[in-house]
Write a protein that binds this ligand. Structure first.
Ligand SMILES: Nc1ncnc2c1ncn2[C@@H]1O[C@H](COP(=O)(O)OP(=O)(O)O)[C@@H](O)[C@H]1O
Ligand SMILES: [Mg+2]
Length: 246
């Protein structure tokens, strides 16, 4: 049994739990220890910040948690399920990524030959939802994000802010219990950046989603109630300002 650091509460009710996570890229002389000892806990309904300098391991951590790359050791729990414990504990990692994790990236990777509606409806369709039902869900999200009037547009016709809002709608489409956002507000002005944070906080509250936002955006850092600082592959928890978004 691995011991938790003091700052990591025991959470058995869901959300995200990361314990003693380590990731080494490469081997021998060229090995890079990107994550040394990461401990994090995010409750359902909570939005936490993950802040650290370039090269500190932020993207590596999100990729491990998102089952895009394999950690070297440690443990990760999503909801009630241990997904990794010194090895993957889930057989179908593609289904895990598709059904349980929503990704928001700095550059919104929208599919260029699908219109906005289909970009958002695609994931629910792939997960087996009926087309009509998927489109209703997509329209509901586009409306919540105030881009419903762009539903028939191609991604290339959208502004940066609109593209980012569409990519958030897509991340939410399958109602994943976990959302991982890597610098989601970097290309946005202050008002839009805070708008994105407002949406993520509403989503967390309404759907009891656990959300991690990687950022060094000074505009949004004061909005977090809790922040994990990552330096040289190790995390330290800190209380944030939790500034109101209303
Ligand atoms: N595929 C890779 N192969 C080898 N080293 C990598 C790879 N990806 C990242 N690294 C190294 O791991 C460390 C953490 O990188 P990264 O997680 O991208 O940091 P951040 O997102 O905080 O900037 C850095 O030293 C980086 O050079
Ligand atoms: Mg990064």
């Amino acid at each position: 049994m691995q011991t938790l650091t003091q700052s990591v509460p025991d959470r058995t009710t869901g959300g995200i739990l990361i314990e003693n996570l380590r990731k080494v890229y490469g081997q021998g002389d060229t090995a890079v220890e990107a994550l040394k000892n990461v401990n994090m806990a995010v409750s359902p309904g909570e939005v936490v910040g993950l802040v650290g300098p370039s090269g500190s391991g932020k993207s590596t951590l999100l990729k491990c948690l998102g089952a895009i790359i394999e950690p070297t050791s440690g443990r990760m729990t999503l909801g009630q399920d241990v997904i990794y414990d010194n090895g993957w504990k889930v057989r179908d990692l593609r289904a895990l990524r598709r059904d349980r994790i929503g990704f928001v990236f700095q550059a919104p990777y929208l599919i260029p030959f699908l219109d906005v509606m289909d970009n958002v409806a695609l994931l629910p369709m792939l997960a087996g939802k009926a087309n009509a039902q998927s489109r209703v869900r997509a329209l509901e999200l586009l409306t919540a994000l105030d881009v419903q009037h762009r539903a028939k547009a191609q991604p290339s016709q959208l502004s940066g802010g609109e593209q980012q809002r569409v990519s958030i709608a897509r991340a939410l489409a399958n109602r994943p219990p976990v959302i991982l956002a890597d610098e989601p507000t970097a290309p946005l002005d202050s008002e839009r950046a805070l708008g994105v944070m407002r949406i993520l906080n509403q989503m967390a509250k309404q759907a009891q989603t656990a959300i991690i936002v990687v950022t060094h955006d000074e505009k949004i850092i004061p909005t977090f109630k809790r922040i994990y600082h990552i330096r040289d592959g190790q995390t330290v928890e800190e209380a944030g300002e939790g500034r109101s978004l209303d």
